[in-house]
Structure formats: structure tokens, C-alpha cells
Design a protein around this ligand. Sequence first.
Ligand SMILES: Cc1cc2nc3c(=O)[nH]c(=O)nc-3n(C[C@H](O)[C@H](O)[C@H](O)COP(=O)(O)O)c2cc1C
Length: 180
Amino acid sequence: MAEIKHTVVLGITGSIAAYKGADLCSKLTQAGFDVNVIMTASAQELVRPRTFLTLSRNPVMTDLWSVPDWRPGHIELSERASILVIAPATANIIGKLACGIADDALSTFALSHQGALLIAPGMNPRMWANPAVQENVEKLKRRGAVFAGPASGRVACGADGDGRMAEVDVIMQQVMKILN
Ligand SMILES: Cc1cc2nc3c(=O)[nH]c(=O)nc-3n(C[C@H](O)[C@H](O)[C@H](O)COP(=O)(O)O)c2cc1C
């Protein structure tokens, strides 16, 4: 039987760990997945879409309105995506997913997506510890979302604690586990 080439949608949000998303994108492509990247506006302040275009070898969705297809891009993608991986995931996108908000390409895609959802949070430990964030995480877990990390350690702003994005290899292992 022919091997299924899974479509992986990689969501990149405005966490300082967005640059690590490029490494994840590269590893997913090298593993043979059809990788389609959606970037939030904040993510594009930190890393340029062209990095992901080159690494994924697919167009990068940067906003809802720029796809020149008769079908909205998020719907077309949701018809073939096996998994949505959001790495790094900001406190903001976690809150939006928990509340069902669809106000940009990534959150709108997430609402139309029916496959697996893997979230790798990356944020300052004080943000991660915030009860609003923790309640949103619990809500998403109850709905079946899988979380990779966050890890403990030093974050970019110098603080120590839980909030570092999980290592890319750990996220890769989770993707493989979910898709196998
Ligand atoms: C330099 C910089 C780094 C940031 N890093 C993080 C971060 O690691 N995690 C986080 O949750 N928010 C971080 N933020 C805040 C988010 O970018 C902000 O909440 C934004 O609205 C997130 O939008 P998005 O979820 O649509 O990408 C950072 C902001 C700046 C200016």
C-alpha cells in the first residue's frame, strides 16, 4: 500500500521562539510531510515568511485575504490537513483557540480544522502561570488538544521557569506519535 503523505499545517505565532519554528519546518519537510505554514501578523514581526516559504517549499499563508483562489485558503487546507501544529504558541493564540475566536488566518483555519491539534507554548513564565492561560490550556486539553511542553529553564527575556518552547526534536516525536 502506498504511504500516505500527510499534510501538516504549521502555525507560527508571535513568540520570540518563532525562529525555532523554522527549524521545525525544515525537519518536518525533511521527514517527507507536505508542510503548509500559516503565520500571524506578530510572527511576521519576528521572522520573515520567505524563510518558511523556502523551507516548506509551499506558499505561506500570511493573511486571510491574499489567497487568489475561489475557495478561501483556510477551507482548502482544512480539507486535507492531518494535523495542526502551533509552535511556538503564544498566550494569545491559546486564548483564542479556547474561546473559538477566528479573527486571522491561523485562528480561522484552526476552527475549520478537524484533525489533530498539537500545541507547543512559548512564553514568559509569568504569562504561562497566569490563571487565564492555565484555564485555557485545560479547556483545550479537555477537547483533545495535545501539548508539547513548555519546558523549564531560561527564557529569552532572562527569566527562569516554565515557559520555554519544547525542543524541536520533542515536538517532532509528538508529531510522529500522533500521525502513526
Ligand atoms: C519581542 C516580543 C516577544 C514576544 N514574545 C512572546 C512570547 O514568547 N510568548 C507570548 O505569548 N507572547 C509574546 N509576545 C507578545 C505577543 O507577540 C502578543 O501577545 C501578540 O498579540 C501575539 O499575537 P499572535 O498570537 O497573533 O501571534 C512578544 C512580544 C514581543 C514584542
